[in-house]
Write a protein that binds this ligand. Structure first.
Ligand code: NFS
Length: 659
């Protein structure tokens, strides 16, 4: 076993593991890591102080006259060598985070679209269009005629139309047609309706070059346009095409946490973001010859497990067990039970390579965009997907056969219900024939449900892992706020047992009543981070159904990413803000308070008719801010004093539907 790093050794008194995480399984593995002398991101975070100037985004390294460091305590006391002010510097840094995050989601969406094209053209035979109903629905929404036409023709047209999401030089992206009319009008007035994502990201990068856009308001405008090209563009295409190809999720019971690993089976983890690798792996682990090979090696079978976002997608679509979120990816290797971890793109810590080496687990990169020094690369080729995944399974079997070190799997699993697509919420509330968001809106109007919150995003070792997510969500549901979730946040709450109908007893009386009537959890898991687009579609649907205003900005709705860390999270946050949602981030915020740019993001944007940013690391205070915003919107809608009033009872609706 390699030596512990110098940093760990020289750290002296180590911080208590109970301060790192509330996830019992992760904590057990961190204890084991200490015994084994293995370092993780938790240790590195504890030992590495963040650069204070960078944390405030008060430095610029966009040219070689710098890097220029400004003083956050006296933000207007100094400018960069070129004369750039603190507002220009922070806005440019922020813009580059949006550009990078949006690029990640849109590139992922484009990979899905590439796959779709090849499937439609018959060049890839391993996958096929699974959800033709959704294909027709999406096609109609972007203006494609479906009546009497073949699936192939519709799919061809849909491909051509959705390609515009990326390539269109002029004009509005296709899914702008889904945006509520008044929201879209506001965007048009502000000049932020996106063209193709490639154009928006390119222009944003251009504008942040030295000596181009040097007005924070104008930079922010392009930030909004680019972020919207992600939310209503690249991310939405990723979600919709994945549903069409692999199936639209419906609720499914799934086990989450490290106890899903099996001592006597070949454990294969897929960690990353694009579902195609995982879908192919699902075929491979069900291939009789490979199952036989596993048995011949002494295993009871092949155990496929997900992590992070592709894990969240596969959990929602196929009920594949999930081992944990971003801050558990090193910890899971410490079990010694992982026989292969294969990864594609995004949120793959480079530190995994070292930990995998310590436990003799093959770490396998598969995507040409993501190689890691020290990891093995087996390229995933879409035209022959199983060649890669079969090969990975064989390597995992070999590792199982040669397992040399003791395996220690935390015996913890948490059952929960996942897979609440916006389509399913529609059905759940209204039934097959009366599928509608009307009951949701009715219950918001009558006050049983106070409002809706999207709680999403990463986990981050700068705060106690999972704790901020869990406390925030508990506080929200206690106050009758229905919570929608995606990504790593959803896994935090699943591990806390909150994605079960039984968790309704922790909700306030109004929300509890609705949950108990419908039989749903107070916390609805909608999938991966690109599936935040489902929250946008649900919000648009709430506006369309009526009774809660004319634009997304009118809804009693708030968003949060309490433990965010990635640039993707910033892009998501900004597309929610630009769509009209008050969005609060925890941990830290890369902007100096009291500056003009800060004022614009935290106040000014709202006065333009869209949403605004908020920042608050404390979960209880964060909940208070979100609830205050929801109440403000209720007041503006004139429903703040709404009394209990039974319209059509939820049970009645379900009976009508079932009849
Ligand atoms: Ni989202 Fe998914 Fe997790 Fe954060 Fe990373 S896995 S795309 S970025 S860490 S939620």
């Amino acid at each position: 076993m390699p030596e512990a790093s110098d940093k760990t050794k020289s750290a002296g008194k180590q911080p208590a593991i109970k301060d790192f995480t509330i996830c019992e399984a992760t904590a057990q593995m961190l204890e084991k890591a200490r015994r084994d002398g293995v370092e993780t991101a938790f240790d590195r975070a504890a030992n590495m102080k963040p650069c204070p100037i960078g944390a405030d985004s008060a430095c610029c390294k966009n040219c070689s006259m710098g890097p220029c460091r400004l003083n956050a305590k006296d933000p207007y006391g100094k400018v960069g060598v070129c004369g750039a002010t603190i507002d220009t510097i922070m806005a440019r840094n922020f813009a580059r985070m949006v550009a990078s995050g949006a690029a990640a989601h849109t590139d992922h969406g484009m990979s899905m679209l590439d796959l779709f094209r090849e499937v439609v053209h018959g060049k890839i035979k391993e996958y096929r269009i699974k959800d033709t109903r959704k294909l027709e629905l999406v096609a109609r929404e972007v203006g494609i005629e479906t009546e009497g036409r073949s699936v192939e023709d519709i799919a061809n047209d849909l491909y051509a139309e959705l390609e515009l999401t990326y390539t269109q030089v002029e004009g509005e992206i296709p899914f702008a047609k889904r945006v509520p009319k008044k929201t879209l009008e506001t965007w048009r007035k502000l000049g932020i309706v996106p063209r193709g994502a490639m154009r928006e990201i390119m222009e944003l990068m251009h504008r942040t070059h030295i000596g181009v856009d040097q007005h924070y308001e104008n930079i922010t405008k392009q930030c909004s346009r680019t972020a919207l090209a992600d939310g209503w563009g690249g991310s939405m295409v990723a979600t919709e095409i994945s549903d069409i190809l692999f199936g639209t999720p419906t609720p499914v019971a799934v086990d989450v946490n490290m106890g899903v690993l099996k001592q006597d089976q070949v454990n294969i983890i897929v960690h990353g973001h694009e579902p195609n690798l995982f879908e192919s792996m699902l075929i491979s682990v069900n291939t009789p010859t490979l199952i036989e090979a596993a048995k011949a090696a002494g295993a009871k079978g092949l155990n496929l497990v997900g992590m992070c976002c592709s894990g969240a997608e596969m959990m929602s679509r196929h009920g594949i067990p999930h081992a944990g979120n971003f801050m558990s990816t090193e910890a899971v290797l410490i079990t010694g039970a992982v026989d292969a971890m294969c990864v594609d793109v995004q949120c793959i810590k480079q530190g995994l390579a070292k930990v995998a080496e310590c436990y003799q687990t093959p770490l396998i990169t598969t995507n040409p965009r993501c190689h890691i020094e020290g990891a093995k690369h087996i390229e995933f080729r879409e035209h022959d997907p199983q060649a890669t995944t079969d090969e990975i399974v064989l390597q995992a079997i070999t590792r199982f056969k040669n397992r040399q070190m003791p395996v220690e799997i935390p015996k913890i699993t948490n059952a929960g219900i996942h897979g609440f697509s916006h389509e399913y919420i529609n059905y759940m509330l209204g039934g097959t024939f009366r599928g509608s968001y009307t009951p949701l809106n009715d219950n918001i109007v009558n006050g049983r449900i106070r409002g809706v919150a999207g709680v999403v995003g990463c986990t981050n070792p700068r705060v106690k892992h999972d704790w901020v997510h869990v406390e925030l969500v508990k506080e929200l549901i206690r106050n009758d706020v229905l919570v929608l979730q995606t990504g790593c946040s959803q896994i935090s709450l699943a591990k806390a047992g909150m994605l079960t109908p039984e968790a309704a007893h922790l909700a306030g009386p109004g929300l509890r009543e609705v949950c108990e009537t419908v039989g749903m959890p107070p916390v609805l898991g909608m999938g991966s981070c690109v599936d935040n687009s489902r929250i946008l579609i649900a919000a648009a649907e709430m506006v369309r159904v009526g009774g809660l205003g004319d634009s997304i900005a009118d809804l009693p709705l708030a968003g949060a990413a309490p433990e965010w860390m990635s640039e993707k999270a910033i892009s998501i946050g900004h597309y929610f803000v630009a769509s009209g949602v008050y969005t609060v981030f925890g941990v830290t915020f890369p902007i100096v308070e009291g500056t003009k740019f800060h004022k614009l993001l935290f106040e000014g944007l709202e006065s333009m008719g869209i949403g605004k940013w908020g920042f608050e690391p404390d979960p209880y205070e964060m909940a208070r801010l979100m609830i205050a915003h929801i109440d403000k919107k209720r007041k503006a809608l004139g429903i703040d004093r709404a009394r209990e009033r039974v319209l059509v009872d939820m049970a009645d609706r379900r009976e009508i539907a079932a009849a």
